[in-house]
Design a protein around this ligand. Structure first.
Ligand SMILES: [Zn+2]
Length: 242
């Protein structure tokens, strides 16, 4: 009879540590709107944690948007954060960011009306960061408004990379493959705010079309195939004020 004894040469080898995880945070802005339901379908199929920065008044825009909002809240793979109530008074960015009190009130209105459970926020039209570790403002004129938001308890998360779409036709500019390559390159060359962590900005409406939704699915599958990558909710990003 052959005894199955552990091989002493391999048994003594130290256990190889898994490669250090790199973390991707996939974020969707401006919902609930056209595109939210197809994003949710892909997210459910891939069982991938994603983050939605929603606009307060979009929830109340129509009965249909309220239904999208209900679906978002019920999705176990989605976390929901604040992207202001009026989206900078309907994209009037320069005027909006001039008034600290207007900006704070708009974010508070979104927070209160949607009863959001975290203080994580993203400023419309501005790549601003205010965390315990990062302070960054892309356009200097918005600095005091961002400081006021942070002082009032919000923590602001911008983005490292953007999945662009054309404004008129809402078509994606990069394929899922191209977006994955860009993320991979930025992480490798440490071109992100926090090394080993990357925040990707996308918009619900750019995935309304089934061809574009398939690109999102392709991107998520490429991420899954690479074992050194993990995907997390934005609330897990290092150094957020809780
Ligand atoms: Zn936005």
């Amino acid at each position: 009879m052959k005894l199955l004894l552990p091989d002493s040469t391999t048994a003594k080898k130290p256990v190889q540590k898994p490669a250090r995880k790199k973390t991707i945070y996939i974020t969707f802005d401006d919902g609930p709107n056209k595109g939210t339901s197809s994003v949710l379908r892909v997210v459910q199929e891939e069982q991938m944690p994603v983050s939605f920065f929603v606009v307060g008044e979009h929830v109340y825009g129509s009965k249909w948007q309220q239904q999208q909002w209900d679906s978002l809240q019920q999705c176990p793979y989605a976390e929901i954060y604040n992207h202001s109530y009026t989206h900078a008074q309907h994209n009037r960015f320069a005027v909006f960011y001039k008034s600290d009190s207007t900006v704070v009130a708009d974010f508070k209105r979104c927070q209160d009306s949607l009863q959001l459970t975290t203080t994580i926020a993203r400023t419309p039209g501005r790549n601003i960061w205010r965390t315990l570790m990062i302070t960054a403002t892309d356009i200097a004129q918005s600095k005091t408004a961002a400081d006021s938001l942070y002082a009032k308890g919000f923590t602001i998360v911008g983005w490292d990379a953007e999945w662009f779409y054309t404004g008129d036709s809402l078509k994606l500019k990069q394929s899922g493959e191209e977006m994955f390559q860009q993320i991979d390159s930025m992480l490798t060359h440490q071109k992100t705010k926090t090394p080993g962590h990357i925040v990707l900005l996308t918009h619900d409406q750019s995935f309304a079309d089934s061809v574009d939704a398939a690109q999102l699915q392709r991107f998520m599958r490429l991420v899954k195939e690479k074992s050194e990558y993990g995907v997390e909710f934005v609330s897990r990003y290092p150094g957020l004020k809780q």
